[in-house]
Structure formats: structure tokens, C-alpha cells
Design a protein. Structure first.
Length: 57
């Protein structure tokens, strides 16, 4: 069962913006990671999981 503090806030929809598809990331996650707007990240597909990492690490 989901943590009641976050609960449904962490369920996201895939949206379209022009020719791209987007998924928003909860701001709490970005703050914990120390990530900023326009930061570069690496996106990998591992099996059926999507992994997003800071490109410098």
C-alpha cells in the first residue's frame, strides 16, 4: 500500500507536448537529489524499468 503522506501525489500521467511525451517528477524527489531545472540526465531502459541518473555521476 502507498505511503499515506505521498499516496496518490506520486501517480503521474504521460502527457503530450507537441511531438514529445512527458512525465512530471515530484518536486520532493528533485529536491532530495539536488537536481535543478534544465539539468542534464541520462535515461536508460532496464528491462521494464526506466532509470534516470545525473549524467555527471
Amino acid at each position: 500500500m502507498a505511503n499515506s503522506k505521498f499516496g496518490k501525489r506520486n501517480i503521474r500521467k504521460i502527457t503530450r507536448s507537441g511531438t514529445s511525451l512527458n512525465i512530471s517528477i515530484p518536486v520532493e524527489f528533485l529536491k532530495r537529489l539536488g537536481w535543478k531545472e534544465r539539468q542534464r540526465v541520462v535515461v536508460k531502459l532496464e528491462g521494464r524499468k526506466l532509470v534516470i541518473k545525473d549524467w555527471r555521476k
